[in-house]
Design a protein around this ligand. Structure first.
Ligand SMILES: *Cc1c(COP(=O)(O)O)cnc(C)c1O
Length: 469
């Protein structure tokens, strides 16, 4: 029995309809509210259906999607989405996802063109970040996973490869990141068996950057008490305010102290594409590894994280495992000199590389760099308007494309304004805490955002704030 259709023409017509309607949806994003809460009957719908035993016509299943899923999505496609560090997706990315789905490639390894595409994207990243020829990279789900991969390589480097078999014993490894680092780094320490307590959070200076003097003192203190410092993580674009650590300074400490120098570039690494931002990433070329996300500033569809490792031999040594059924042959389909499974935790892997390959080719890095810089210009536009408005207080200036501010009133009123904006589908900023105060955070990552979206947001904040105060 095959699962292919009896009538290809019917499936083809249905497919064209779905594609057309999705294009219509993307072309008219502004006409709809950014977010609508799922009504109770929609929530119930997803709970009441039992595991489907009998077939339903494809058109019916699609109808259910169009009625119950599409209108209640997360809003990150919308130009007024500024809530979190999320990309807006593109029609090019959507089409590439369709092709990847059609091809159903498994990129664990072997000798086929999809692996060559992934390697080509790796080579492009090597060039972008000024890494040497021996550097390797693979796609992973996101930077959370990429940070974990880097932690595992650094762990193997610190403990020696036999530790992959014997375990980590009680070596008391410890790592360093700034207090503004993403929580997934502590989780990576946890997953790596080192414990999140072994991540030392170094305080930030007034520019939200890791205080390098305290980093040095902390490393020295840890060595004194018998700990083994093994890794420092610099952040290129903090998730709260978009600050960039002194990457050069952290790199120098890592070299002097013989630590693995990892960079969490989930947000900011692709700033390399923008000539205005690239100089601020000075020092990134010296990293031992870089984690980045194409699904944020890169606008590729979810998910598309990436890990780039300077020393490809160390990268492979931390993950490769012999197994008879995964034997590399010298000829035939089981050949191939680069098996991605040797470079990360996954065996079966999808063709994430294709949507990024399409995105980079179809838009080109120059246009992507301009789009990235434009989000920073919009953040500065927002910052300027906040400074000019007495009812508002700027809490974190635009380092990159994130701005934090408050309506001059209580925490509750600020939280109320944000929830109103989201529930009314006007815009989606989020909340964070700065200096003990709850603040409104606008993270501008969507390539569709324009000045008028910023204007509409501020007008609504002032109106809602006034009504609540
Ligand atoms: C988004 C983000 C992460 C987490 O990345 P995911 O792709 O969501 O796993 C880590 N660090 C920073 C700085 C981020 O902005």
């Amino acid at each position: 029995m095959t699962l292919d259709p009896e009538n290809w023409d019917e499936t083809r017509a249905q497919g064209h309809r779905m594609l057309d309607e999705m294009f219509d949806y993307l072309a008219t994003l502004r006409d709809r509210p950014l977010w609508r809460e799922m009504p109770q009957d929609v929530r119930d719908h997803f709970k009441k259906d039992a595991l489907p035993q009998n077939p339903q016509p494809l058109g019916d299943v699609y109808g259910e999607f169009a009625r119950l899923v599409l209108p209640y999505a997360g809003g990150n496609l919308h130009p007024a989405f500024m809530g979190w560090v999320q990309g807006g997706g593109t029609p090019v990315g959507m089409l590439a996802e369709m092709l990847a789905g059609g091809l159903n490639a498994n990129l664990g390894g072997r000798d086929h063109a999809p692996v060559a595409v992934e390697r080509q994207v790796s080579a492009w990243m090597r060039a972008l970040f000024g890494f040497p020829a021996g550097a390797t990279g693979i796609f992973v789900t996101g930077t959370s996973q990429a940070n974990l991969v880097a932690t595992l390589i650094a762990r193997a480097e610190a403990l020696g490869l036999p530790s992959r078999k014997s375990g980590i014993a009680d070596k008391k490894l410890c790592a360093y990141a700034s207090a503004a680092a993403h929580s997934c780094i502590a989780r990576a320490m946890d997953f790596a068996g080192l414990g999140s307590d072994a991540l030392r959070l170094i305080p930030c200076d007034e520019h939200h950057r890791m205080d390098i003097a305290v980093l040095k003192e902390t490393i020295a203190a840890d060595r004194k008490t018998g700990k083994t410092p093994f890794m420092a993580v610099g952040t290129a674009g903090t998730v709260d305010v978009g600050a960039i650590d002194d990457l050069k300074g952290i790199g120098e400490v890592c070299r002097a102290e013989d630590l693995w120098f990892h960079i969490d570039g989930a947000y900011g690494a692709l700033g390399m594409l923008a000539p205005e931002i690239a100089p601020r990433l000075d020092g990134i070329a010296e990293a031992s590894s870089i984690a980045l996300d194409f699904h944020k500033w890169g606008q590729a569809p979810y998910d598309a994280g990436f890990i780039l490792v300077r020393d490809g031999e160390k990268h492979k040594a931390a993950f490769a495992t012999p197994a008879a059924y995964l034997r590399r042959e010298t000829r035939g389909l089981a050949g191939g000199d680069f098996w991605p499974t040797d470079y990360g935790p996954d065996l079966s892997r999808g063709f994430r590389a294709l949507k990024v390959w399409f995105t980079l080719k179809a838009y080109g890095t120059a246009a992507l760099g301009r789009m990235i810089w434009r989000t920073c210009e919009l953040a500065r536009y927002l910052e300027k308007k906040i400074r000019a408005e007495k009812a508002l207080e700027l809490c974190a200036p635009a380092h990159l494309s994130i701005v934090c501010f408050r309506y001059r009133a209580s925490d509750e009123i600020n939280a109320g304004i944000v929830a109103d904006l989201q529930e009314q589908g006007i815009a989606a900023p989020s909340m964070t805490t700065i200096g003990g105060k709850r603040v409104i955070r606008c993270a501008i990552f969507n390539h569709r955002t324009e000045e008028r979206d910023i204007d509409a947001l501020l007008e609504a904040v002032l109106r809602l704030g006034k009504a609540r105060a």
